[in-house]
Design a protein around this ligand. Structure first.
Ligand code: COA
Ligand code: AMP
Length: 636
């Protein structure tokens, strides 16, 4: 039987007998109480997985390996930006996690309380996530590239009891002081967390606010001295493990909830089946713990199966050069790497011939996995030629926590088709539909939907926003989860993901909302109206481009306002928005009913073919947009 036939049978089985499929997968997890019910369709919005099980995620990711393989390395921290490296065994990991769990308990953090983690890519961040999981606190990690206002939104939505923070992040060109942002966020937020525990990095220690802020290292020291052990709390499988905020179509991010049981099962299953990683193997996900890829594949999945995970605080280029990834793979004997295509475009730009690659021994390296944005065939081909290993694109979202479509390398690789993340993974019944929700013929583009129920680990709801969950994902196509991605399925069942159907854009593999950027631009006192679109970028895939119309009578020079708009997005959303282009125009192109023609503006900027929308109010406006883009060197 070919791999394709074998996998297609397994996929069919996962849909016809989902309970049997996932009950079997659940055997790899150590449960306090193995669930008697595998799936209950009557619970939650669309049913719940393993509802009567009892489990602890930290136990599965730390304690059980500390018992069976205490000296195995759990985390390799490799930080070219701080010049440090450190290996942490499972035994050491348990000690650190227990000490921090003890500290959290001392601060009154209880099961179900929220803890915000605003920390860089350092081992303490993993300790923090595991310490929360150990005691049943719900963590919410906030990416360091977000500004104070974004942090404040998350503080108000999740109402954390404690914030765990690093004193700074390190970008190649600057130190990012976290504490001033935390102070500002707490100032802005209505909810005031009682305590902030700060890990002081020597590169930039923070000043602490008396009474509210505490020094991490001395608290951990005291906890270790007390020698008290902190048992793993017994957690209901459907209790949330974490909330991860992701861009929605407005300025208010969506709090994606991940439960304990389904997540554990899916993480463990994917490590073997998709990534081909076994206990003791070295796996590297070159992302950031602030993103879902970091949650799932830097922290949880590798540790749950007892592998070694790489925590890399650096970039693909510039830290110090385009050979950085090859050095890490070679030095730590990495078996598989997972990153965003942008990283490879960045490396290729600096070292198109792969000269850096020739300096390193990559004999242990078996596969490259790409996700987070469309993997353009050109980049995939280049990576294949350079590395000589399978290059696997796979497609997923923060909401799912693992691949909706992929190529199950661990079970037998399927033939690769460039431009496709291959086929739907077990548990995902993926369909392509038209606007009315009717199936479209093979090969035809449409909206990508997933028949309910979603498999384990996918979001059961949004944090304290069940109605928003239903409206955002389940209402447009009743009985289906709407992915907000568009694409098609070919005659072999291969999926092709072509882009979003909403105003989410993907910049360097980072998911951003143009709606949120428009809210920020509109807040400028000179701006009457605005539109932000994602335009093609050779390195980052897309980059945001903002157009603004000024209020009558504004006399400030245009260049000055454009500068202020760029600065404003950086201040309010953060540097990660990568918002560098603001263009003042006299008018925005609109339909006669007043809808801004963002799609047409994007096509003009991208140099794609476009037709004059028949409903356009004033066709001359499009010429002005083109000229304005040309003046910035952006449209041909
Ligand atoms: N804390 C603070 N600032 C951050 C940050 C963090 N954790 N991460 C990024 N930023 C800043 C960057 O310094 C940059 O600031 P600048 O405008 O002052 O230069 C800005 O946010 C935009 O970052 P980015 O879009 O990542 O651009 P970059 O030029 O710094 O790096 C790449 C480009 C391609 C090297 C980088 O994006 C990359 O490695 N991407 C692929 C891997 C990845 O992380 N994917 C995401 C999830 S899979
Ligand atoms: P995030 O929630 O940040 O992981 O972003 C999810 C979005 O990124 C998806 O909805 C897609 O639009 C895009 N995406 C992720 N992986 C891929 C991929 N392999 N191919 C195309 N788009 C992708």
């Amino acid at each position: 039987m070919t791999n394709a036939l074998k996998f297609s049978k397994l996929h069919g089985f996962s849909l016809s007998e989902p309970e049997q499929f996932w009950a079997e997968a659940a055997q790899t997890i150590d449960w306090v109480d193995f669930p008697k019910t595998i799936f209950d369709p009557n619970l939650g919005v669309y049913g719940r997985w393993f509802p009567d099980g009892v489990v602890n995620t930290c136990y599965n990711a730390v304690d059980r390996h500390a018992k069976t393989a205490p000296e195995r390395v759990a985390i390799i921290y490799d930080s070219p930006v701080s010049g440090s490296k450190r290996s942490i065994t499972y035994r050491e990991l348990l000690t650190e996690v227990e000490a921090l769990a003890f500290v959290l308990l001392e601060f009154g953090v209880q099961k179900g309380d929220r803890v915000i983690i605003y920390m860089p890519m350092i081992p303490e961040t993993v300790f923090a996530m595991m310490a929360c999981a150990r005691i049943g606190a719900i963590h919410s990690v906030v990416f360091g590239g977000f500004a104070a206002r974004e942090l404040a939104t998350r503080i108000d939505d999740s109402r954390p009891k404690v914030i765990l923070a690093g004193s700074c992040g390190i970008e190649p060109n600057r130190l990012v002081a976290y504490k001033p942002m935390i102070d500002e966020a707490i100032e802005i937020a209505s909810h005031k967390p009682e305590n902030v525990i700060v890990f002081q990095r020597k590169e930039h220690p923070a000043s602490l606010v008396q009474g509210r802020d505490h020094d991490w290292t001395s608290l951990i020291g005291k906890a270790k001295d007390s020698n008290k052990s902190v048992p793993c709390a017994e957690i209901s499988t459907t209790d949330p493990l974490y909330i991860l905020y992701t861009s929605g179509t407005t300025g208010k991010p969506k709090g994606v909830v991940r439960d304990n049981g389904g997540h554990l099962v899916a993480m463990a299953w994917t490590m073997g089946a998709i990534y081909g990683i076994k206990p003791g193997d070295v796996f590297w996900s070159a992302s950031d713990v602030g993103w879902v890829v970091g949650h799932s594949y830097i922290v949880y999945a590798p540790l749950i199966i007892g592998a070694t995970t790489i925590l890399y605080e650096g970039k693909p280029v510039g830290t110090p050069d385009a050979g950085a990834f090859w050095r890490v793979i070679s030095e730590h004997r990495v078996k598989a790497l997972f990153t965003a295509p942008t990283a490879f475009r960045a490396i290729r730009k600096e070292d198109p011939e792969g000269l850096e690659l020739k300096k390193y021994d990559l004999t242990n390296f078996t596969a490259l996995f790409l996700a987070g944005e469309r993997a353009d065939p050109d980049t995939v081909r280049w990576a294949e030629q350079m590395l000589g290993v399978p290059v696997i694109d796979h497609w997923w979202q923060t909401e799912t926590g693992w691949a909706i479509a992929g190529n199950p390398l661990g079970m037998g690789q399927l033939p690769v088709k460039h431009g496709s993340p291959t086929v739907a993974m077990p548990g995902y019944d993926v369909r392509i539909v038209d606007e009315a929700g009717n199936p479209v013929p093979t090969g035809k583009m449409g909206s990508i939907v997933i028949k309910l129920p979603l498999p384990p680990s996918c979001l059961p709801t949004l944090w304290e926003a069940e109605q928003r969950f239903v409206e955002s994902y389940l209402t447009t196509y009743p009985g289906y989860y709407s992915t907000s991605d568009a694409g098609y399925i070919d005659e072999d069942g291969y999926l092709f993901i072509m882009g979003r159907t909403d105003d989410i854009i993907n910049v360097a593999g980072h998911r951003l909302s143009t709606g949120a950027m428009e809210e920020v631009l509109s807040g400028h006192s000179a701006v009457a109206e605005c539109a932000v679109v994602g335009i093609k970028d050779a390195l980052k895939g897309e980059q945001p481009c903002g157009f603004a119309v000024l209020k009558a009578g504004v006399s400030t020079p245009i260049a000055q306002i454009e500068k202020e708009l760029v600065e404003r997005v950086r201040q309010e959303i953060g540097p990660v928005a990568a918002f560098k282009i603001a263009i003042i125009v006299n008018k925005l192109p609109k339909t006669r009913s007043g809808k801004i023609l963002r799609g047409t503006m994007k096509k003009i900027a991208d140099g794609d073919a476009w037709t004059l929308p028949p409903t356009i109010d004033d066709p001359a406006v499009l010429d002005e947009i083109k000229l304005a883009l040309q003046a910035k060197g952006l449209a041909k």
